[in-house]
Design a protein around this ligand. Structure first.
Ligand code: GTP
Ligand code: MG
Length: 216
């Protein structure tokens, strides 16, 4: 992709910190963190790339490959790309491992300030999505629900689908953010919400902007 200077984090330097198998692996220096969660192929890597306006995360042709946390430093906060869940060919053991990994991230990562949870706007949440929802609502980490691939639907269909997804999840409709990484829709809004999450928690001298509080 050619660099997109209008992307919300286009001006920030991005360093790939590394890949870690352990949900509690500490990052140095200690900074606020947001993590990207969603089933395999939902568009996590594409969304990360859309936020920074360049290609930092690999868009996968073969889903379900990585089982690692991939951390990027931006430089005053971290974005963590979590492995995708719900891969059709995953074994029972793999599914259990994923559940434990997410639980570890949500419940034990000290500096996790938000989870960006992705769902395909076109499909009702799967059983595994609902399992994730239960882990997320049991924890105290704020969650931003992002509906992906909106460009696959017409405007009218988008509004209808977003309302349906909210009802299925039992979330307030306004908490769901409709996005398209392909068409860059909803990406500035998501960038703003991430700034709010990481700015409220000690990102010093970050110049992260005077964002308003949001308890999404
Ligand atoms: P895993 O890393 O395997 O868990 O997948 P992922 O969630 O990172 O998804 P990824 O970003 O690799 O995208 C999966 C597929 O969906 C790719 O073919 C992307 O091109 C496509 N895709 C992602 N976002 C969008 C979008 O906004 N619109 C459309 N039309 N396609 C998208
Ligand atoms: Mg990915």
């Amino acid at each position: 992709m050619s660099p997109d200077v209008a992307a919300p984090f286009a001006k920030l330097s991005v360093d790939f910190v590394g890949s870690f198998p352990e949900p509690t692996h500490p990052l140095d220096p200690v900074l606020p963190e947001v993590a990207f969660l969603g089933r395999s192929n939902v568009g996590k890597s594409s969304l990360l790339n859309a936020l920074v306006g360049r290609r930092i995360a690999k868009i996968s042709a073969t889903p379900g490959k990585t089982q690692l946390l991939n951390a990027f430093r931006l430089p005053d906060f971290y974005m963590i790309d979590l492995p995708g869940y719900g891969f059709a060919l995953a074994s029972h053991g793999d599914r259990l491992k994923f559940r434990q990994l997410l639980q570890g991230v949500v419940e034990q990562r000290e500096r996790i300030e938000g989870i960006i949870w992705l769902l395909d706007i076109r499909h009702p949440p799967s059983a595994e999505d609902m399992g994730m929802r239960d882990i997320l609502s049991a924890g105290r980490t704020p969650t931003i629900v992002v509906l992906t691939k909106a460009d696959k639907l017409s405007r009218v269909q988008q509004v209808k689908a977003a309302r349906e997804r909210a009802a299925e999840l039992e979330y307030p409709p306004d908490d769901l953010l409709v996005t398209s990484s392909e068409k860059k829709a909803g990406i500035p809004e998501l960038g703003e919400r991430i700034r709010v999450l990481v700015a409220g928690f000690g990102a010093q001298g970050s110049g992260l902007g005077e964002a308003t509080t949001h308890n999404g």
